[in-house]
Design a protein around this ligand. Structure first.
Ligand code: PAF
Length: 283
């Protein structure tokens, strides 16, 4: 496994690999790796010749400076894990490599509903930072395919849109959510949960898994109310949103027949830790 922190070193190395006809698969991460990330590396390894993983806690996508500060960081353990799954290349840039002109003036992006609903409403400027950094990485790595977890459903929809609208020749691959045994979607943030928080956090997936059954007898509004009630009885948890949207456009649905493929998305504060999850349902 080779490790680069300078974009130039990475670019030269990958250029040589590409000249040999190797296909490059890319997994962007912010570190604190778990099995969800490792499964993305597995997907990259199985469909490409070289798996490149970046570890970079991107400051421009945090709208809350204490969230940025508290974001877990353990690069050495991450590199050990990546080695154990035969990752080929790790890219560990510093902030000045990615933002040579500073992080203050991030460009803003307007992709209509995609960049205005759900996470965009709750986390002002978050997607501007995500789009900015993913564009830079796609330029530096120039991968044939890039792998993203479906847990960040809106992020995935936005990145697909960005790649399509800018004509970036990378295939965006969506990978299923990897869950703990009790259903909690794996996330680097989970390690910040207290024991009590960890117990409560399984309520997110429990609610999502129940939707398919509830929708046979309840309207979307009634299911929303049912989910609010589940969280109301947990003082440590604060439901930020639960919404049902068209999975392609993210347009909010008001009936279960509004779209062929819908996505139920949920965001909850458990103590200070903000968790998100989602589940696709078909009409
Ligand atoms: O999903 C993430 O971990 C981040 O948003 C990403 C895609 C690595 C960009 O910083």
């Amino acid at each position: 496994m080779v490790i680069f922190s300078e974009p130039k070193g990475l670019r030269d190395y990958l250029l040589a690999q590409r000249k040999e006809g190797k296909r490059i698969g890319f997994v962007p991460t912010m570190g604190a790796l778990h099995n969800g990330h490792l499964s993305l590396v597995g997907k990259a390894k199985s469909s490409c010749d070289i798996a490149v993983v970046s570890i970079f806690v991107n400051p421009t996508q945090f709208n809350d400076s204490s969230d940025l500060e508290k974001y877990p960081r353990h690069v050495e353990a991450d590199c050990d894990l990546l080695k154990s799954v035969d990752c080929d290349v790790v890219f560990l840039p510093k902030v000045e490599h990615i933002y040579p002109e500073g992080t203050k003036d991030t460009r803003t992006y307007d992709y209509g509903l995609l960049t205005s609903v759900m996470e965009a409403e709750s986390r002002q400027g978050h997607f501007d930072g995500v789009i900015t950094v993913v564009r830079k990485f796609l330029q530096m790595v120039a991968p044939d395919a890039a792998f993203f977890g479906q847990k960040d459903f809106q992020q995935l929809a936005i990145i697909r849109h960005m790649v399509r609208s800018e004509g970036i020749p990378t295939t965006i691959v969506s990978c299923e959510i990897i869950r703990e045994k009790d259903g909690l979607a794996m996330s680097s943030r989970n390690e910040r949960l207290s024991d009590e928080g960890r117990r409560i956090s399984k309520l997110l997936s429990k609610c999502l898994f129940k939707v398919d059954e509830l929708r046979l007898t309840k309207s979307i509004e009634e299911v929303q109310k049912w989910i609010e009630d589940q969280f109301d009885s947990e003082p440590l948890a604060k439901l930020e949103y639960f919404c049902v949207s068209d999975a392609q456009t993210l347009e909010p649905c008001s009936s279960w027949r509004d779209a062929f493929e819908m996505v139920c998305c949920i965001a909850v504060f458990v103590g200070e830790v903000r968790l998100i999850d989602n589940q696709i349902i078909k009409a």
